[in-house]
Design a protein around this ligand. Structure first.
Ligand code: ZN
Length: 736
């Protein structure tokens, strides 16, 4: 069986190579023909002598169970999933220069966990052998705070996620792998163009007090206290037809607030959705051939809530230093976006990102050429020594979180009475911490100074280590563009320093004289934040969450510089792989209770309508219908399915019973709410915001689900569906 599998794989590789050679030959012939023609006529387009790449793009649904699982990001235990606004997708890009290949995947998740990456690598290795490896595959999270949690193997994250949840891990692994399969199977010769432009009115610094602690002369070099540039790659086939776009932009995907319970890809995911819709207007969300993705970057201190923080209870400004309010502490100090509500804010930021991307895509002429490189190492981040000068060296620390970590940020405050900017501990909480979890050692306290330690996670190993020690550092380059995969959230200035250091190292190589460096944030393994040494001294949220101590950034600059230098000198093969991360088999725990049996009201069936639609609506109205429902967790793997269908009747006047699917639960216009009631009963409410371009016609709304019951002693899962009455959308009440 194994031998046969190997044979199949090599056959596939041979086929692809042959295909590549044939297609390259064809394109070269075409170029020669064009060249000959223009040489004789002195007219026509200038032949493009620059070589092409083999490019593949793919997207796949990776939505997990949209019910009862905690949402990953705000660490708010009350914020569990209860429906879907938009679906989560994984988007993969493969670039091959004929000798070497890189794979970049951006996923609508809070962050990539080490466990998720290891699981994905295992599946890809079984399927593709040595083609996609730890050194040439980057996984990056968009940082949406509205995706299911539970895909972490370290204790701290398992606690905030109610455990290691297979039902959360599996759809992510399968979705990511499927997006790679699709990219792999669509590999074709093509070209890449790069462009750069400023995205306005979409980001603000949420820790200006920390930022201002950076050296004044360093701040003077920049117009803004956040990076507003988007770097965009445009992918085309050899005919110049667009096949994909990939942009990097630094903003937190937290337009959706802690009060949101719907699975959502937030601003970055919706921007990708809009770009894909723009390219393939007829396709349903997630179905377009064109793949557009926006990757996170150095967003550590960057908020999309551009109106900034104020006290919700009093309307007054929050305390500048510690973001708290006179009454109600940090919880009352919240930042708000440009919109009327969080959905509106998400839409505005997404449209800003999309509009700029569309413009950059249309005007991109700077072709990316040159070989592909990738360099990767595993580093023990608790033990990196950085030489400051000939006589003085500093070190990283065992991981620990400071008090301000528990304060949260103005994008979502903590529940307890912690405030940001704490450089002294709180005797009350320190006492509880010491009693429950143990006191931090003197060594760790000194190493992290001036951080008052709340959780000495590097000294907590039960039932599994609380934080990772082994971390991925990784860079890949395509021509002179370098993508630095950062395993966490770098602040604006931290990102700038890293980019500059990497650029300097790359420029040792001739091919990189005009090197351009971008940061792909939240990649490969999550290690919270990375602030500068100066920002760390202030100990706001970002500094308190810089887990390897004040010299974390210096250590990353050192390690990434090694990689960049190896790429510049074309000696990546000499890099030691470093200590591999653990893959825990035992002591993973699951605290999420199993989904209970479903009950329904007497004399009703699952799928029955409890609250009907109105007979007639106008555009801009919200249609709402409520069904007797089962728990969406009973629907199992929900990828590539929908809990919702909005259908339009074809030729209603002729009485034809033919319907066209116009929206699914992935659509921006629909919201699927799951409402858990008492006595194991639950409802599903589907809302449809009728868009301005909806044809005047007859419509109906369907809901699909599964319920769990007992058949004798065996649990039984049964599918059901419900359908609303038919309703009309009319041009106006007066014209009909
Ligand atoms: Zn964040």
């Amino acid at each position: 069986m194994a031998a046969r599998k190997r044979f199949t794989l090599s056959a596939l590789e041979v086929t692809l190579t042959v295909l590549f050679v044939v297609m390259t030959t064809v394109s070269v012939t075409l170029i020669i023909m064009t060249a000959t023609r223009s040489a004789t006529t002195c007219l026509g387009p200038t032949p493009d002598p620059k070589p092409s790449y083999l490019i593949g793009v793919g997207r796949a649904d990776c939505t997990g169970p949209p019910a009862e699982l905690p949402l990953m990001g705000y660490a708010n235990p009350q914020q569990t999933a209860a429906g879907i606004h938009t679906r989560l997708f994984s988007r993969a890009f493969i670039i091959d220069d004929g000798r070497r290949r890189v794979l970049f995947v951006t996923v609508d998740v809070g962050m990539i966990s080490q466990r998720l990456r290891l699981e994905v690598l295992k599946v890809l290795q079984a399927k593709y052998g040595n083609q996609y490896r730890q050194d040439n595959m980057v996984l990056s999270g968009t940082h949406t705070h509205s995706g299911p949690a539970g895909y972490f193997q370290y204790t701290l994250f398992m606690i905030s996620s109610k455990g290691y949840l297979k039902s959360s891990v599996q759809p992510l692994v399968k979705g990511i792998v499927k997006s790679v399969e699709r990219a792999h199977s669509t590999l074709r010769p093509g070209r890449i163009y790069k462009n750069r432009g400023r995205v306005d009115a979409s980001s603000v610094n949420r820790s200006p007090h920390s930022y201002r602690n950076n050296p004044q002369e360093e701040q003077n070099r920049y117009d803004d206290n956040v990076d507003k540039d988007m770097v965009l790659l445009k992918f085309t086939d050899l005919d110049g037809d667009g096949i994909g776009a990939l942009g990097w932009f630094a903003v937190h995907a937290v337009s959706m607030k802690t009060t949101n319970r719907l699975v959502s890809s937030d601003n970055m995911g919706y921007a990708a959705y809009l770009m894909e819709k723009h390219k393939n207007p007829a396709a349903l969300p997630g179905q377009a051939a064109f793949v557009a993705a926006f990757s996170s970057s150095n967003l550590g201190d960057v908020s999309p809530n551009i109106e900034g923080p104020h006290c919700v209870n009093s309307g007054l400004a929050c305390d500048y230093l510690n973001s708290s309010c006179p009454d109600g502490g940090t919880k009352e100090c919240q930042a708000f976006g440009p919109g009327e509500d969080m959905f509106d804010s998400t839409s505005i930021i997404a449209h800003n990102i999309f509009t700029k991307a569309k413009e950059l895509y249309a005007s991109a002429v700077d072709q990316v050429t040159g070989p592909v490189h990738s360099a990767h190492q595993w580093v023990n981040m608790t033990d990196v020594t950085i030489d400051i000068n000939a006589t003085h060296a500093v070190k990283t620390c065992k991981p620990a979180l400071g008090h301000s970590f528990a304060a949260g940020t103005t994008d979502g405050g903590g529940d307890l009475n912690f405030t940001q900017g704490a450089v002294e501990g709180d005797p009350f909480w320190d006492g509880i911490r010491d009693a429950l979890l143990g006191e931090p050692s003197n060594q760790t306290q000194e190493c992290h100074w001036p951080k008052p330690i709340l959780f000495s996670t590097g000294e907590m190993n039960w039932p599994l280590p609380w934080h990772p020690e082994i971390v991925d550092v990784q860079i890949f380059t395509v021509g002179s563009l370098a993508v630095v995969a950062v395993p966490g959230e770098m602040t604006t200035m931290a990102g700038r320093r890293l980019r500059e250091a990497v650029k300097q190292e790359l420029q040792r190589g001739e091919a990189f004289s005009d090197a351009d460096v971008v940061i792909a944030g939240l990649s490969n393994v999550y290690t919270h934040y990375i602030s500068t040494y100066e920002e760390y001294q202030v100990q706001r949220y970002e500094g308190a969450s810089t887990i390897y101590g004040p010299h974390t950034l210096s250590a990353y600059i050192l390690k990434f510089s090694h990689l960049a230098c190896a790429i510049a000198q074309d000696r990546v093969g000499t890099l030691a792989p470093g200590p591999p991360p653990p893959f825990f088999q035992k002591n993973l725990f699951n605290l999420l209770p199993a989904a209970t049996l479903d009950r329904k009201p007497d004399n009703s069936s699952f799928g029955d309508v409890l609250e009907e639609v109105l007979p007639v609506y106008r555009r801009g109205d919200v249609v709402s219908v409520t069904f007797v429902a089962g728990n969406p967790r009973h629907s199992g793997d929900v990828r590539d399915r929908s809990f919702v269908a909005v259908e339009m009747q074809d030729d209603a006047d002729a009485g034809a019973d033919r319907w066209t699917l116009v929206h699914t639960d992935a659509s921006w216009e629909t919201r699927f709410f799951w409402l858990k009631g008492s006595e194991r009963r639950s409802n599903a409410t589907v809302e449809w915001r009728i868009p301005a371009d909806a044809p005047a016609a007859s419509y109906r709304i369907k809901h699909f689900g599964h319920y769990k019951s007992m058949k004798g002693l065996r649990p039984l899962i049964t599918p059901y569906q419900g359908t609303s009455r038919v309703f009309r959308v009319i041009d106006s009440f007066y014209s009909e």
